[in-house]
Each structure stands twice: as C-alpha cells, then as structure tokens.
Design a protein around this ligand. Sequence first.
Ligand SMILES: [Zn+2]
Length: 110
Amino acid sequence: MNENQKKCKGFKDQFINLNENELLEHIQMCENCKKEYLEMKKLSKLLQTVKQHYIKKQNVIKTFKTAAIITLTLFTGFIATYINNTNNQNVLSFDDLGFPTDEYGFILVD
Ligand SMILES: [Zn+2]
C-alpha cells in the first residue's frame, strides 16, 4: 500500500474534496478509487445511452400528440362547417314559405 492509499478515505471523500485533475491523479495511484471511478464512468455512459432513447421516445409521443390534435381540430372544424351548411340548406325560413316577414325573418302581423 503506497502513501496515497494510506491517506485515502475512500472515493466519495476524494470525489468531493479534490478537483478534477487532482482526482484523476489520485486515481492513477489508488487502486480502490480507480475501481470505483471506472464503475461510475460505466454507469454514467449507461445513463447517457438510456437518456437518448428516452428523449427519442418522448419526441415520438409529442409528434403523435401534435398530429392527433391537428387532425381533431381540422375534423371538428370540418364537421361544424358541414352541419352549419346542411342546416342552412334544409331549414326553410318563413320568407321561403311565402309568409310576409320583417327584416329579422319574423312573420309580419298587422
Ligand atoms: Zn483513493
């Protein structure tokens, strides 16, 4: 066991107290910390990989939701217009039926 390993209080302690360069230097000399550092690096890489997949999945869901909302909005607008037009064509006003009407379309009563 060398001088560095004797002084070492564990990787967590070194990680908190040393700056990046000092930590990398310490890892070269301390076998225990090197092991923990490599484990941490592996975990970090794994998290990065998982994160990318997660973000991709989120983007697909967002795109799908947006497409669904746009489709629904257009469809609702189309249906509303269709119903309006259909109603306007089918409902005959009093004027159409030949009754005398005022400017509002109500029957004129003398
Ligand atoms: Zn150490």
